[in-house]
Design a binder for this molecule. Structure first.
Ligand code: G3I
Length: 360
């Protein structure tokens, strides 16, 4: 039923694209045919017709990570986000250390603000993330194994319950493997043992049976030890009847490295396990300063990501980790690098945006 609705949405959006494209054609080739009414409606003589936003180009969710502060304080940021994207992911506001810095003391302000924005603007929400070895509160470090297990169950239940029915998909566990395909040495793995991941999915499913539950990681876009480990885990969890519904590919790329070989076929092999796949945190950084040549290479990378998701029927989401170079984690993490997003700091679309949007 949901699929049917989504397909219906696809038709509607494609019609919108065709209409917009037809409008462009009319304006460029035969402006004299425009009646006064259509001229006024389409802005002839005033300004160029608006491009079709990214969210209307595809049946897939098109998302961006958002910072609650920017959403609240910057009208232009909020406006472009609302126009262009159909889904939002909290960049930090739903992480454990933000929600429960002290045991039992919750701060829902940022998460609730993002949810309010989504409700008011008809946006889908990706929840990020329930259990991660980073950005968890330090009070977890002092707990015994049984206390930690209770804390993880309580955290998942409390957070997922709060937004039950409103968060489309949750990154239940994030980055649980090392690059060599071994379980990451986190407090969760050390104290709770291998079974904690299956339990995390079961607890999340109990709290919201309608949410799609994902495992999410980086450097998994090609066949390697880590992606193979995730593949094996997902297959095993599915065989055990654990409620896992999707695999998230963060996809933080750099033009200083070649585009991941076999990206599409790698995502397809996960889809063939019977789960959804999603591009959850895409960005393509470069060594600054940005040049025309680097931006063209970046556009190539973004285009390949977009097209890969479009080509896989079970790829349901294309989300970027921030949409503007004004707010990006990259310069804070990689010295001398940046310009990783689809829009520049002034919210102008970059060549990468123009490449994936044929109406731009
Ligand atoms: O909110 C505090 C603020 O109170 C404090 O004064 C300030 C001082 O440094 O820090 C602020 O917290 C920062 C937080 O971002 C919010 O801005 C943290 O220091 C900083 O470490 C944190 O970085 C985030 C990072 O995850 C943490 O590992 C990035 O914004 C966020 O984009 C990044 O997101 C991750 C995904 O969750 C998982 N995949 C990788 C991705 C990129 O690293």
């Amino acid at each position: 039923m949901l699929r049917a609705l989504r397909n219906h949405g696809r038709l509607g959006r494609l019609c919108a694209v065709l209409t917009a494209s037809a409008g462009l054609l009319t304006l460029q080739t035969a402006p004299a045919l425009a009646t006064p009414d259509t001229a006024e409606a389409s802005g002839v003589g005033a300004q160029a017709p608006a491009r079709t936003p990214l969210k209307d180009l595809t049946d897939n969710y098109v998302g961006s990570a958002v910072a609650a502060s920017a959403l609240g304080n910057e009208g232009d940021y909020r406006s472009v986000l609302t126009d262009e994207f159909s889904s939002v992911t909290a960049e930090n506001a739903m992480k454990w250390s933000v929600l429960e810095p002290n045991r039992g003391q919750y701060d829902w302000s940022g998460a609730d603000a993002i949810m309010d924005y989504a409700r008011q603007n008809g946006k889908s929400v990706r929840g990020h993330t329930l259990v991660w070895h980073k950005q968890h509160p330090s009070w977890l470090n002092n707990l015994s194994a049984s206390e930690l297990r209770s804390a993880v169950k309580n955290h998942i239940t409390t957070v997922v319950n709060r937004y039950e029915g409103e968060i489309r998909a949750w990154d239940v566990v994030n980055e649980v493997f090392d690059s060599n395909g071994i379980r990451r040495d986190s407090i969760f793995q050390r104290k709770l043992g291998d079974g904690w991941i299956a339990d995390a999915f079961r607890w999340a499913h109990q709290a919201d049976p309608s949410a799609k539950l994902y495992i999410n990681d980086y450097n998994t876009g090609w066949v390697n030890d880590k992606s193979n480990a995730i593949y094996d885990l997902v297959r095993s969890l599915r065989q055990q009847g654990v409620p896992i519904h999707g695999v998230g590919f963060q996809t933080h790329l750099s033009i200083d490295y070649s585009f991941p070989g076999g990206y599409q076929s790698n995502l397809q092999r996960f889809a063939d396990l019977g789960v959804d796949v999603a591009i959850t945190e895409a960005d393509v950084r470069m060594t600054l300063p940005a040049t025309d040549s680097k931006l063209t290479t970046q556009a190539d990378y973004y285009e390949r990501l977009w097209n890969a998701c479009e080509a896989i029927s079970r790829c349901v989401e294309f989300t970027t980790w921030g949409y503007t170079d004004r707010h990006s984690w990259v310069p804070n993490t990689f010295e001398g690098q940046g310009a990783a997003c689809l829009f520049d700091e002034s919210l102008n679309p970059k060549p990468a945006y123009n490449r994936i949007n044929p109406t731009a």
